[in-house]
Write a protein that binds this ligand. Structure first.
Ligand SMILES: [Zn+2]
Length: 172
């Protein structure tokens, strides 16, 4: 059954498919092991597109802030260990647990991306089969990155060959 993840109703009209990412796969596996998987195909219906986009954005922000927060906890932990010079197993452990907890917080309002959605999310949340955007290159055209490399390589060669030329000249 095709189901909208926002209104949780069956899809009747137009809809966009949800991108299957790691989190969805993990949730599916967990549900399968507990035998509660509904095996629905996840979509966002046309009416909820805007709502979904807002939720996704706030979720992405949450992930960003959580990563920063967890990073700060770890930096404080490192600084404390370095400054005091004492490795306290308990404080390190509790710090890591706190950092892990902060990272997991945004998952409570997890909102997956949909197909064709421009996601700036961390690679962690990207789908496995997601390909890098293909750049189309017209026949005979050199891609920009390669072009500059080619120029650099060429200049090296000419410099070297010029030097060789000079050497040859000197040895005469
Ligand atoms: Zn809907």
């Amino acid at each position: 059954m095709k189901v909208c993840i926002i209104c949780e109703k069956e899809i009747q009209g137009k809809a966009v498919a949800v991108k299957e990412d790691r989190i969805i796969r993990v949730l599916r596996t967990i549900k399968k092991t507990f035998n509660v998987a509904k095996m629905n195909d996840l979509y966002v219906c046309e009416e909820d597109k805007k709502k979904h986009e807002e939720r996704r954005k706030s979720f992405e922000k949450g992930v960003l802030f959580a990563s920063i927060g967890a990073g700060i906890v770890i930096v404080i932990l490192l600084a404390k260990t370095i400054l005091t010079g004492a490795i306290e197993a308990w404080s390190i452990l509790s710090g890591l647990i706190l950092a892990g907890f902060i990272i997991l917080l945004p998952l409570f309002r997890y909102t997956p991306a949909v197909e064709g959605m421009n996601s700036q999310l961390l690679p962690l949340l990207k789908g496995k089969n997601e390909k890098a955007p293909e750049t189309k290159i017209a026949a005979g055209e050199v891609p920009k990155a390669r072009e500059s490399f080619a120029v650099k390589a060429n200049s090296k060669v000419t410099k070297k060959s010029r030097m060789n030329f000079k050497k040859a000249d000197e040895s005469k």
